[in-house]
Design a protein. Structure first.
Length: 381
């Protein structure tokens, strides 16, 4: 099978969950003798190029790092990929209308439909309408849809047949040990801090979590991973202004080994996402055996399971934090429940194998021909 992965900023992962997944899936498939091409967002002043990274064929397409630049990057990606042979896996549906080109050229396309993007607080009305249009288009143009959560699958049935949808969540390898050295650079020690990893967006409840952690009168600090540098947006400034002395902002950390160590040694993981399906960061915390304290919604409840604690607002979260400080033995049972939930549905081997079965089946049904891919191909070929 030749698989072309589109819709992300590319690999190696330095941005978010889709990029991490694209890296993991491409390496998994390449190790199983499949050909994989990943389209990567390059600096706008660079030249289009192609190379090989760890056995993965990359197509690097220059574009500006802004919303318009992302749309232009997606269009250039679609134009290039549609001239090749293979199966297209699109991660996200933000420009799914471009899939018309794949349909015109008879290329099979599978779309991971992500969360219900148009519900995110950060979007103004025009962006919401664009995203709703693309959700509708993606559901109709794709050969098959992947929902990362049963609730997302249920939502997609308003657009298309249930037989066209597969539920495959995100996965993670179990973390059973991690060095403590990465903690020392942040002046942390094992089992002495709560952890929050999320982009500073309103739908991730970061302000509510920071307010609660700052006013709950607990002795455990909250460590926040995320970008709070440069020209701050109003929401970022609100978060920083609300932070008490027990908050530690350590920036956006993309080194996976450092993040693994921070997760593994955390006292508990706090997850505030309100919109979307299965969140990769939450899955990784289950894999690390973190006690989970999550926002109470249908998405998080299915992922985290009944062993987690759930909050609806800052007051709820404050009560949970005080309860855990008064009786820390609760954390042991919560951590065991996380590992059990991870084993049930979220092991990496299970998830990546499910993708392989689905994608190879689609490739076989379309009589796909394999291209010859080498690092020496001319840029833009």
């Amino acid at each position: 099978m030749h698989l072309m992965i589109v819709g992300t900023r590319g690999i190696p992962a330095t941005h978010g969950g889709f990029e991490t997944f694209a890296e993991d899936l491409s390496l998994f498939l390449a190790a199983r003798n499949h050909q994989v091409t990943v389209y990567c967002h390059a600096h706008k002043h660079s030249e289009r190029a192609e190379d090989i990274w760890n056995g993965i064929h990359r197509v690097l397409i220059p574009a500006a790092a802004n919303p318009i630049g992302t749309v232009l990057f997606d269009w250039a990606t679609t134009m290039h990929a549609s001239s090749r042979e293979g199966v297209v896996l699109c991660l996200g549906y933000n420009t799914a209308v471009f899939s018309l080109l794949y349909k015109f050229r008879h290329l099979p396309i599978v779309i991971n439909m992500d969360g219900i993007e148009w519900k995110r607080d950060k979007w103004a009305l025009p962006q919401r309408l664009w995203l709703r249009l693309n959700e509708w288009a993606g559901a109709r143009l794709a050969n098959h849809l992947i929902a990362d959560h049963p609730e997302i699958a249920a939502h997609l049935q308003s657009h298309t047949s249930r037989n066209k949808i597969s539920v495959i969540p995100y996965g993670a390898d179990a973390i059973t040990s991690a060095p403590t050295e990465p903690l020392s650079r942040y002046e942390l020690s094992p089992n002495s801090y709560y952890l929050l990893i999320a982009r500073p967006e309103p739908e991730n409840s970061i302000l509510e979590i920071v307010l609660s952690a700052s006013s709950a009168h607990v002795n455990v600090p909250l460590v926040v991973l995320g970008d709070y540098s440069g020209e701050l947006r109003p929401y970022q400034r609100q978060i920083l202004q609300a932070a008490g002395p027990n908050l530690k902002f350590i920036g956006a950390v993309y080194d996976r080994e450092i993040v693994r160590a921070l997760r593994f040694h955390a006292k508990a993981y706090i997850h505030g996402h309100r919109v979307g399906g299965t969140n990769p960061s939450l899955v990784e915390s289950l894999a690390a055996g973190n006690p989970i304290i999550a926002h109470d919604n249908r998405f998080n409840r299915w992922v985290a399971g009944e062993g987690a604690r759930f909050f609806r607002d800052s007051s709820d979260l404050g009560q949970i934090l005080r309860s855990l400080e008064g009786d820390p033995s609760q954390l042991l049972a919560m951590g065991e429940a996380s590992r059990r939930r991870h084993r049930e549905d979220f092991t990496q081997e299970r998830v990546l194998s499910a993708y392989e079965v689905l994608l190879t089946g689609i490739a076989a049904n379309t009589g796909e021909r394999l291209p010859i891919v080498t690092a020496e191909q001319s840029p833009g070929s």
